[in-house]
Design a protein around this ligand. Sequence first.
Ligand SMILES: Nc1ncnc2c1ncn2[C@@H]1O[C@H](COP(=O)(O)OP(=O)(O)OP(=O)(O)O)[C@@H](O)[C@H]1O
Ligand SMILES: [Mg+2]
Length: 397
Amino acid sequence: MAQRVSTSFLQRGEEHKRICVYDCRVENGKATQKFLESSGLDFNDFLKHLHKEFKIGSHETFVVATTDRTVLDFNKFEELQDGSTLYLLQHKNQALSVATEEQINYLPHYDTLIRSGMYEYYASEGQNSLPYALAELIDNALSATAKNTGVRTIEIRMMFDESLGKPAVIVLDNGCGMTSKQLNNWAVYRLSKFSRENSKFASQQEGYIRPDPVPRSLNSDISYFGVGGKQAAFYIGDSARPGDSKHIKNDDEHFLHALIAEESRKESFTAVVIMGVQPEHVTFLKKDFEVWVRQLAHIYHYYIHGVNGNDTRKNSRNSSQTKINIQITLREKPPKCPRVMDLRDVDNDMETLYINSAADTFEFKALTAQDGGTVEGVIRYHPFLYDRETYPKDPLC
Ligand SMILES: Nc1ncnc2c1ncn2[C@@H]1O[C@H](COP(=O)(O)OP(=O)(O)OP(=O)(O)O)[C@@H](O)[C@H]1O
Ligand SMILES: [Mg+2]
């Protein structure tokens, strides 16, 4: 069952330690939530307090664990901060049968607040930066799904139907999801994967694990600087947050109900919801749908089509196709039909045009003797034929 998280800023100078405990011992029952005042208590005192509050029998066995399933002991208890959430379970791996909430406290880096929205995407080279901002979120989703054994699904949903709420951009993936600790880290600016602190509460998957090598840099090892997601989210809109149905207070966010209803069908996932989308972005995303979808198909060309690319002449489409599906949906107010595009079906992105218009190609691979590194690439030949260049021009420019 999904665990949902709400975020709030840390209030400094608070001395009291209030711990939220969910009693999850009864399977398929309701998880009773209680807040226990724990300042000044040691672990033994806390356990006594728990026994009393939750009426635990003296011979009953149980464990108290963090939401990351770290079983609490004397030291771990001391590290708990005010507002922490714990589970009372029959045993460490007991399944959660109901949704619980968890509060995450963090002090955002001032760069996150001040610089995030101002980012100019270098790669955009004077074009609209928005597709590159979306690409940051796709990069994160590719990293998160790198270890998937089955299909990797990434969806970008543009929710521009005013009857369902204010404009929002949702990026969904079926990857590993994020633990509460990772959500906390998400808000930290420039927490690069190499310096990411592996807290005592961090479970194994939170440390950096390099994905297996795949030829021509398709291994999704693309999260580096601890910057991208924040920059992108605040470039697109003015808020980014996970939430649940209890936090949907007004009509602005009606579409979130449907998103949450989808959760129960998923094993693990991440949904990034960006609200307060800048009006000029909404206009661009609606009006130039084809332009930015093509741009994304170009950026992720080899992720989608595999190392040979979208070579329609050789009909190698199926042989090199990958298990990465990136789908874009743009929903406007009915009677306008939703526009849905799978990036794999785009056949006029620049990379497809380069591949299919080349008169010849030269593939190379160079190995470096000392460190075993490999440089691979393709050189394409676009000759000047008769009286014109055969190098393809962008048809939408
Ligand atoms: N879709 C996602 N699923 C799971 N974890 C995610 C997802 N998006 C972000 N994260 C986590 O949040 C962290 C911060 O993301 P962010 O894009 O801000 O920085 P980064 O990816 O580490 O570095 P870069 O600056 O190269 O993007 C990621 O390293 C990852 O741990
Ligand atoms: Mg990133």
